[in-house]
Design a protein around this ligand. Structure first.
Ligand code: GCU
Length: 610
């Protein structure tokens, strides 16, 4: 029965995803017209969700009472609202973007609902469609404008938007957002993660002002078949009769127009014999202008190919080795979610300083700043959805949620040359139902974006401590076989690492997506004393001595660039609710192991052909 249900659902899921991909949220936000809604928002902590459920625990949203979309929805016209027991104007404020737990001491550990509210004095522009766009809010959001529901979204790391043209008023408006970061068994991620559950409107909010028919999304990349052909599509939203879409890349003297089909989509292939391929050595970006009679959208796009041949990873047809590092989206100096471009740049500057050419953005989609900066800096990226550890594999709602987040991630970053790998999962226990769940994600990813490689961080299962076997069945369906290993930290004697034999069951490129160990910055001792910088540096040295023994090795991304907060790490005076495997400690200080990896990558880089 279980097998039947998922198999029957699958075609509808993929079709739905493709439709959702077309109807997904508006992309290329940095280059869209509108106003920022970042800044101070009033907030109300609501642990019993009083603002959403009545005393019989029935949601106001589903009741017939007029204007009772939600009690705390702060309907501007409070005509039939009897006495109110809340008043946003009297409440304190939170900075948006930002998580509540890092702004208000009493909310440090809070998991539940917080209501955000701000006023917006607005003059509605004529002949525009208005959209409220959230770059991310963790985890479940309900959005109201002047007391009316605009929409809901689940997933803490991907963008979403709702049309509010009819909900916004000329003059005074009230925008209310219910954000609930409660972890849930059927979620993606589920209840157990090794990172901090930062709740809130954690990325920027925009009010977008679009023409009646606008370019919702588009893709402009090199085709897999030719380094001299730009392939793509443009998806309009709104009546498209009589409109034409135009693609210009002035530096390549490209200027083409197309008639969209009845679904408002125009697909094309454009010969481009003279383009300069994007790469870490040459992060060449071209200005692209996409326009209709109603608007022009600009973007900066790099063109490159990424493929595998046997166990070789080829960038623009040439073999490449990924000198990587893993990264959470957390600023180690402040311990907060990264919310600004300058924080994202700080992290990628550290990766550059390491002589890295590759970053694994773990374990969820990071902010759009990361991929846009990586495009400019020539850093290759692995992007991942939070299908992490013990997801509810048999739950079709969970699968749909994972598919939705995958679609949102791909829709947002599919034009970023730096992104070369979409990762479906991290360290998930092998089972038939898990294999089917992940396989359907692979099918969706390939349907949405056939131009990038698919992987997932698997685990080493077979063999013993000195002969490790990588035979996870999921390796059958990925382009790259990636796995995490912690020999010398979670078991095993680090001195033995160079003597380990490795058996990888797939003739594909291999990335060791995690390895490493913990150290408290400033704690010194001999190389055998746990938690010292010296032990961590020694672990890096011994691992680097033996890692090349892994057949098909195409790169690795040690765990992790910087210490990060985690409720799973309580060791007093050492962890204090931080995971200490960073090469950079809390406060932004480099540990000894940073230099070990930096020197190793410097040598690799020097040996690379130009
Ligand atoms: C796992 C997991 C990480 C975790 C790390 C650790 O491999 O993928 O999310 O933080 O190990 O134990 O530090």
């Amino acid at each position: 029965m279980r097998r039947f249900r998922l198999a029957v659902l699958l075609p509808f899921l993929v079709a739905g995803i493709q439709a959702a991909g077309r109807a997904g949220c508006i992309t290329n936000i940095p280059n869209r017209p509108g106003i920022s809604l970042d800044g101070k928002w009033h907030y109300l902590v609501d642990p019993y969700e009083t603002g959403y459920y009545n005393y019989r625990r029935q949601p106001y949203d589903q009741q017939e009472q007029p204007n009772r979309e939600a009690y705390f929805a702060d309907a501007v016209q409070k005509s039939n609202m009897d006495r109110l027991e809340y008043n946003f104007a009297q409440t304190p404020t939170l900075q948006v973007p930002g998580s509540w737990g890092m702004q208000v001491e009493q909310l440090h550990w809070y998991e539940g609902t917080v209501w955000y509210q701000r006023k917006l004095h607005y003059r509605k522009p004529a002949n525009k469609r208005l959209f409220l766009h959230f770059e991310a809010a963790n985890y479940e959001s309900h959005v109201y404008v002047n007391g009316k529901k605009a929409g809901t979204h689940k997933g803490g790391f991907t963008p979403f938007d709702f049309e509010v043209t009819q909900l916004l008023l000329d003059g005074e408006n009230s925008i209310v957002v219910k954000v609930d970061n409660t972890r849930r068994l059927d979620g993606a991620p589920t209840v157990n993660t090794d990172w901090w559950n930062h709740g809130g409107i954690t990325r920027s909010v925009h009010l977008l002002e679009m023409p009646p028919t606008f370019i919702r999304n588009y893709k402009l990349q090199l085709s897999n078949r030719s380094q001299k052909t730009i392939q793509g599509w443009i998806q309009l939203d709104g009546p498209a009769q009589g409109l034409r879409v135009r693609v210009q890349i002035p530096e390549l003297r490209i200027d083409q127009t197309y008639a969209p089909d009845q679904e408002g989509k125009a697909s094309f292939e454009i010969p481009s014999p003279n383009l300069s391929l994007w790469s870490p050595q040459n992060p060449k970006l071209y200005q692209a202008l996409l326009s209709t009679e109603m608007e022009t959208v600009t973007d900066q796009i790099g063109f490159r190919t990424i493929e595998t041949r046997g166990s070789d990873l080829l960038l623009n047809g040439k073999k490449i080795f990924l000198r990587g590092i893993s990264m959470h989206e957390e600023n180690p100096v402040s311990g907060t979610r990264i919310a600004t471009e300058s924080e994202a740049r700080m992290m990628l500057d550290w990766a550059n300083e390491l002589n890295a050419n590759f970053v694994r953005l773990a374990h969820y989609p990071h902010s759009e700043y990361m991929a846009r900066l990586a495009d400019q800096m020539g850093i290759l990226l692995w992007e991942e959805i939070p299908v992490y550890w013990t997801i509810q594999w048999e739950n079709t709602q969970t699968l749909a949620l994972a598919q939705q987040q995958l679609t949102e991630m791909i829709a947002r970053d599919q034009n970023r040359a730096s992104v070369i790998i979409w990762s479906m999962a991290n360290e998930t226990p092998v089972s038939d139902v898990r294999n089917r769940f992940l396989k359907s994600l692979v099918d969706s990813a390939r349907a949405l974006d056939p131009t990038r490689l698919i992987s997932a961080a698997l685990e080493v299962h077979g063999g013993g401590p000195m002969n490790k076997v990588i035979d996870d069945p999921f390796g059958e369906w990925t382009d790259i076989v990636s796995f995490n290993q912690y020999h010398g930290w979670y078991g095993g004697n680090i001195h033995d690492f160079p003597k380990i034999s490795w058996d990888v069951k797939y003739p594909k490129p291999v990335i060791v997506s995690e390895w490493g160990g913990g150290a408290l910055y400033g704690l010194r001792g001999d190389s055998l004393t746990l938690w010292t910088e010296d032990y961590q540096a020694h672990l890096y040295k011994k691992t680097l001595e033996g890692i090349a023994n892994i057949p098909g090795l195409a790169g690795f991304s040690p765990w992790i660039l910087a210490d990060f907060r985690s409720p799973r790490r309580p060791l007093t005076h050492v962890q204090d609710m931080w995971n200490r495997k960073g090469l950079i400690g809390e406060g932004g200080h480099k540990k000894l192991a940073f230099r070990v990896l930096q020197t190793y990558y410097q040598k690799l880089k020097a040996e690379e052909p130009d």
